[in-house]
Design a protein around this ligand. Structure first.
Ligand code: PLP
Length: 459
């Protein structure tokens, strides 16, 4: 492990220098909590297709793709052309452009549950508005989310994302733990935490609290929490419980939308009431969207007033908006991206993802290393713990020091993943890039585990 850190420091001196400079004006030297780590982050100069270069001039195969957002890699010609073309006509306006309805229609066509769409500036904002819609529609104030579920930065979902096992409580009643300093009090009253993939415990919790719940929000496949697919029947049970008790089922498909043309809901054949989208639908520019049932989305229709307070209806309208929401650059980039993402291209991408997970699993088997690869389609995570991993608490067993070693070791090898071992493919990833990842994982894990079985299988 120490040799990995030494190599990393030796290979990235400019990033080190920049880190020191940046910290003087940017806390932690990065404007996104995830982008800073010890001993120092790598700073990027640019990228093209599947590759990224850092400010030391090193090249990486990018399996992070900005946390799964860049489904066509960096600076894809069709996406770049769409942005350049729109750029000439202005970057944002106080009125809507026709592009909103064009991209919305494409999403309505592809995503089974989506009848109407509103765009937002980010996935986090989309979650905030989806929860607001659910509260307004049901008249109930509490929301249920999964332990290990990540839904962005806003207060009501920064709860039990990576809870410390010692404080997480029994599986039949997971604790609602703050994920960050600075949350307002009353978390447990506002948020019910459910154990993903535990069908009976989830059922009992929802039934016990049904009358208070406005929504159950869930990623069809746990994303940041470890790329854990749902066990058969889990999402269908959530659907059934929500229907029975008048609770809105919200699928957060910010990551999982790439699992099929219609996202995780198409793949797993369960239809939510509302869907949160983001990442790939903005073609690499800031984006989010809420879509869903026409009757729920109708709460956003004007009720007579033109401002936040609606005099004719005698109360406030449901507010949603943002200065850069639906800006034409994002919408043009998103349209170009989704049009390039034909069902055939998506199928090839998924096949390469299957191949990647199979080869890593074979390698880990040969090495005899207590390491597991999970995921579906073009999404994967390498966990520094033995499998199988079906629940978040199993994922949480991963050794965080070894996980950091894997991340830094792969950067030394010229391969970019998320610090937690999460990765994704883009349509620019080829079998040769997968070879490079598999070889690099073999070398780094042999070094980290350094056991007899691991050494024997090296090379
Ligand atoms: C499932 C999920 N929901 C919401 C978000 C928040 O999106 P954004 O980072 O655009 O605010 C993320 C971001 O990674 C995510 O993975």
């Amino acid at each position: 492990m120490s040799s990995i850190v030494d190599d990393y420091v030796r290979l990235t001196p400019r990033s080190r220098e920049h880190f020191e400079r940046s910290r003087a004006v940017v806390p932690a030297g990065a404007t996104r909590s995830l982008n800073s780590w010890l001993p120092h982050p790598v700073y990027v100069r640019g990228g093209k297709g599947p590759l990224v270069w850092d400010i030391d001039g090193r090249e990486y195969v990018d399996f992070l793709n900005n946390y799964t957002a860049l489904i066509h890699g960096h600076a894809h010609p069709a996406v770049t052309a769409a942005i350049s073309e729109r750029l000439e006509s202005g970057t944002s306006f106080g009125f809507s452009t026709e592009l909103e309805a064009t991209l919305a229609a494409l999403l309505v066509e592809r995503v089974p549950s989506v009848e109407r769409v509103r765009f937002t500036g980010s996935g986090s904002e989309a979650v905030m508005f989806a929860l607001r819609l659910a509260r307004a529609f049901t008249g109930r104030m509490r929301v249920a989310k999964m332990e290990g579920g990540f839904h962005g930065a806003q207060d009501d979902v920064m709860v039990s994302v990576r809870p410390p096992p010692a404080q997480a409580g029994p599986i039949a009643q997971p604790a609602a733990l703050p994920e960050t300093h600075g949350l307002p009090p009353g978390l447990a009253e506002r948020v019910l935490v459910l154990p993903f993939n535990h069908v009976d415990e989830t059922t009992a919790l929802i039934e016990a609290h049904a009358g208070e719940l406005s929504a159950v929000i869930v990623e069809p496949m746990l994303g940041v929490g470890g790329m854990i697919p749902p066990v058969p029947g889990y999402l269908a049970r959530l659907r059934e419980l929500c229907t029975t008790h008048g609770i809105l089922l919200i699928f957060d498909e910010v990551i999982s939308l790439r699992l099929a043309p219609g996202g995780g809901q198409e793949l797993y054949q369960v239809t939510p009431d509302l869907t949160v989208m983001g990442k790939i639908i903005g073609g690499g520019l800031p984006v989010g969207a809420v879509g869903g049932r026409a009757d729920v989305m109708a709460l956003l229709e004007p009720r007579g007033g033109h401002d936040m307070y609606d005099p004719r209806a005698g109360g406030p309208a449901l507010y949603q908006g943002g200065t850069f929401t639906g800006n034409p650059l994002t919408l043009a980039a998103g349209l170009a991206t989704l049009r390039e993402l034909t069902p055939d291209r998506l199928a090839s991408l998924d096949a390469l993802g299957d191949e990647l997970r199979r080869r890593i699993a074979d390698l880990l088997g040969r090495l005899g290393a207590p390491v597991t690869v999970t995921g579906a389609g073009s999404l994967f995570t390498i966990h520094m713990t033995g499998g199988p991993l079906r629940t978040f608490r199993e994922v949480r067993r991963a050794d965080s020091v070894l996980q950091q070693g894997l991340f830094l070791g792969l950067l030394n090898e010229g391969v970019m993943l998320a610090p937690r071992g999460m990765g994704s493919l883009s349509t620019q990833t080829t079998a040769l890039h997968v070879d490079r990842l598999v070889d690099a994982v073999g070398r780094v894990i042999s070094n980290l585990c350094d056991g007899g079985a691991a050494r024997g299988a090296r090379g």
